[in-house]
Design a protein around this ligand. Sequence first.
Ligand SMILES: CC(C)(COP(=O)(O)OP(=O)(O)OC[C@H]1O[C@@H](n2cnc3c(N)ncnc32)[C@H](O)[C@@H]1OP(=O)(O)O)[C@@H](O)C(=O)NCCC(=O)NCCS
Length: 401
Amino acid sequence: MMIDTLVVDPVYGAIVGAIDKKAEPVAEQKAGLEDIVATSSAICYLDGDRGVLAYCGHDIHDLAEYATFEEVCYLLWHRRLPTRAELGDLQSQLAAARPLPEAIIRLMRQMPAVDGMDALRTLTSALAHYDREAAETSPAAQYRKAVRLTAQVSTLVATWGRLQAGAGPIDPDPVLGHAANFLYMLTGNRPGATAVRAFDVALILHADHELNASTFAARVSAATLTDMYSAVVGAIGALKGPLHGGANADVMRLLLELGENATSDRVESAIRAKLARKEKIPGFGHRVYHTEDPRATHLRQMSKELGIKAGQPSWFQMSQQIEAMVKAEKKLNPNVDFYSASTYYTLGIPIDLYTPIFAVSRMSGWTAHVLEQYANNRLIRPRADYIGPAYPQRWIPVAQR
Ligand SMILES: CC(C)(COP(=O)(O)OP(=O)(O)OC[C@H]1O[C@@H](n2cnc3c(N)ncnc32)[C@H](O)[C@@H]1OP(=O)(O)O)[C@@H](O)C(=O)NCCC(=O)NCCS
C-alpha cells in the first residue's frame, strides 16, 4: 500500500490519516458495479446492445402481445408457461389472496397522507404480521408467500389510492383478473377492455428486469436467509429512488410543469434550459440498454393510442418532442418510465401511484428472484477497496484531540 495523501479532519483540522492513492482508480472502475456479473439467474435475459429483453426465454414483444400478467407471474416463478389448468389454479390462488386483513385497512386509515411509496413500504412490512407463514421456510410456503405478496400489493396500492382520494375501499372482485381488479378497486368502476389490456401490458413490461437495483437489493437481503417480506420491503425502498422507479412520476411532473398543450417553443426552451444546467431528464438513459429499451416501444404506442382515445393527445405529442430533443442533444433513448407516465395519466391514475404501480408489477419479479436465491443460496458479501485513513492509527485520548 502506498500512502501519499494526508487527510485533514474537517472539524478539528488535525492530521488523522493518509489515503492510499493507488486504490482510487480501482474503486472508480467499479463505480455502480457497471457490467459486473454478480450472480447466475434463469429468470431474465437482457441484451443491452440489441435491445432484447426476455423472461425465461420468452421475448418481451411476444409477451406484450399475447400474454396476461398472471401467465407472466407463472412463467417467472416456474420458468415455463402454465397449462390452462395451472393458470386457472394460479388465478384462483391470486383471487383468494387479494383481500387485505381488516387491520391493514385500519392502519392505512390511521397513517398520515405520506408519499405512496412510503405508504407501500410500511404497509408491505405490516402485511408480514398477518401472514401465519411469514417465517416458514419450506419451498411450498415461500411460493405461497410470493403469490400472496403479488396479489395483496395490488390491493394495497389501489386501496391506498382510494383512501387518499377520500373514498372508501372496494373489495376485489374474484371474477376479474389482476389488471382489471386493480383499476376496479382504484376507481370503483368496471374498466373498459382497452384500459384493462393497456394496464395488463404495462404490468407485463415492468414484471422483471434482471439485476436492477431493487431486485439486487431483494437478493442481497434474501441471501442472509431473512424472510421474503423483509427482502421485498428493501426492494421497495430501492425502487422509490428517482434514478430507478421514481422516475415515472418525475416524468409526469415535468410534463405538467410544461402544461397541457404547451407550445413546441415552450417545450424546446424548457428542455434546452434543463440540459444546459446539466439536469437529468427523467425517463431517459439506462445502465444496460445502449439502444431502444424494448419496453419503451410498447409504452410509446400505448401512450399515443390512449391519449387519442381520452381526447388528451398533447401529453404524447410533448413527450415525442422531448424524446427527439434528448436523442439529438444527448444520444439518450427513453426508458420504461418515460412513456409509462403519459400512459398512466390518460388512464386517470393519480401521479402518486405511478411508482407504487411499478412495485405492483415488479413484486412478481422480486419474489421470483428471492425464490431463486433461496433455492441455491450463498451469502452475498462483496469487498470494498479501502481508501480511508492509513492503518494503524495512533489512539489519541479525547482531551488531546
Ligand atoms: C438510468 C440512469 C440512472 C443510468 O445511470 P448511469 O448508467 O450511471 O449513467 P450516468 O448517470 O453516469 O450518465 C452518463 C452520462 O449521461 C448523462 N445522462 C444520463 N441520463 C441522463 C438523463 N436522463 N438526462 C440527461 N443526461 C443524462 C449523464 O449526465 C452523464 O453525462 P456526463 O458523462 O456528461 O456526466 C441515468 O440515465 C438516469 O439518471 N436517468 C434518469 C432517471 C431515470 O429515468 N431512471 C429510470 C431508469 S429505468
